[in-house]
Design a protein around this ligand. Structure first.
Ligand code: FAD
Length: 370
């Protein structure tokens, strides 16, 4: 039986950030990952926006938290930042929770850099009551993955086990005993559950109470934009609108929309979707949606039409591909669109923690556990 100071379940950015920080402190670390690779779920399939607060005028807590980590994240992961592009936030004239005056005031209250521009530079006349140039970047998810794997590779006290099938997680004082289908057994006094959309599935294995979450099966569309939009990101606020921002350092933009990005939702404790029957995916263990024979048909036609209603007529987009992942959102967050990162302690001596992450740059919230 192997003994480890820290066992981390999930090799997304939250799991690998924590693994690296622990390894640097000479702790023995084992990361258990279900897939054959790191960063195949939400840490890869996301819009790649490094949030600086602008997106959350209705949740000051989320805005302030992401803004507080913005500079640190950009500094620490400079190599994967997309060279600055014009990042535009515009407020829709209709159906928006926030108008341009409120958005401007909100930015000022958080001291977020903001410069008012003519909405007609990018959007159709009469569709928006304001537009602003802001300071936000996108990051390259694959470069981030390579960085973490390379750094972790330098530590002999950390190993990542891929293709893990955890059978049981049992408290056997003073440790947790984790047994895998492969026969591997690990004993540890500290478990971090960083499995995001599978959070409750792992908690069930450990017989611990679940989080109250909503699951959404989401589609991020990668597309090519007109040459004049290549160095531009546009986010239309604040309601059933869209975001179109450069996808890290790739040649594509990532398109998402409030109405069309979520294909399906599940409000049950364990994620239940009508596409699961007939596949390996189940409420007990989510699989990777990108490799699923039942993955949804793209919402590109609807999203494209939606965006065309707002973008200036001389700009256009061409579909390239779709990425799918299940998003986990705290129940109740819809009220103000909050995306908190929640760290929950389930057990003391031995320790068992879970992290439900809201935004990528809140990885630093994990520092409190190091
Ligand atoms: C569509 C979408 C768009 C988003 N856009 C943004 C954005 O623009 N900016 C931003 O900051 N945030 C964004 N987010 C949120 C962000 O992506 C997540 O907060 C973050 O990536 C979660 O990282 P993680 O490491 O917790 O989870 P993940 O990257 O999902 O990693 C969890 C890992 O756990 C593994 N796992 C699951 N079950 C088990 C098991 N039983 N045993 C072992 N391993 C297991 C999974 O295979 C996976 O590798 C977005 C999320 C989605 C889904």
């Amino acid at each position: 039986m192997e003994v480890a100071d820290r066992v981390i379940i999930g090799a997304g950015i939250f799991g690998l950030y924590f693994a690296l920080e622990c390894a640097k402190r000479n702790q023995s670390v084992v990361v258990l990952e279900y897939e054959d690779e790191a960063f195949t779920r939400a840490s890869y399939v996301n819009q790649s926006r490094i949030h600086n607060g602008y997106h959350y005028p209705r949740s000051l807590a989320t805005a302030a938290k992401t803004a507080s980590y913005f500079d640190r994240f950009v500094h620490d992961f400079e190599f994967c930042i997309r060279a600055p592009y014009k990042n535009i936030y515009a407020t829709s004239d209709h159906f928006s929770w926030v108008n341009s005056a409120q958005f401007y005031k909100f930015c000022q209250s958080l001291k977020l850099p903001v410069r008012e521009i003519d909405p007609g530079l990018y959007l159709q006349e009469g569709k928006c009551d304001g537009a602003f140039e802001t300071m936000e970047y996108s990051f390259d998810t694959l470069k981030l993955k390579s960085y973490f794997l390379e750094q972790l590779g330098k530590f002999t006290n950390c190993r990542i086990l891929y293709g893990c099938r955890i059978d049981t997680i049992q408290k056997s004082h003073p440790d947790y005993l984790i047994e895998m289908a492969s026969g591997i057994k690990i004993s540890t006094g500290f478990v971090l559950n960083a499995s995001y959309a599978s959070l409750n599935q792992v908690l069930k294995l450990a017989d611990l109470p679940s989080f109250d979450v909503k699951y959404e099966l989401c589609e991020i569309i990668l597309c090519q934009v007109s040459p004049t939009l290549r160095e531009v990101g546009i986010t239309l606020m604040d309601g059933p609108f869209f975001s179109l921002i450069p996808f890290g350092q790739s040649q594509f933009h990532a398109l998402s929309s409030v109405a069309y990005t979520p294909h399906k939702a599940s409000n049950t404790t364990l994620p239940e979707f009508d596409c699961q029957p007939g596949t390996n995916c189940s409420p007990i263990q989510l699989q990777n949606c990108n490799q699923c024979p039942n993955k949804p048909t793209t919402h590109w036609p609807a999203m494209h039409q939606h965006v065309k209603k707002y973008l200036r007529a001389d700009f256009d987009l061409a579909y390239v591909s779709s990425l799918f992942a299940v998003k986990a959102i705290l129940q109740g967050a819809e009220m103000d669109d909050a995306r908190p990162t929640v760290i929950q302690k389930h057990s003391d001596t031995p320790n068992f923690y879970s992290v439900l992450s809201g935004k990528i740059n809140t990885i630093y919230d994990l520092d409190e556990l190091i």
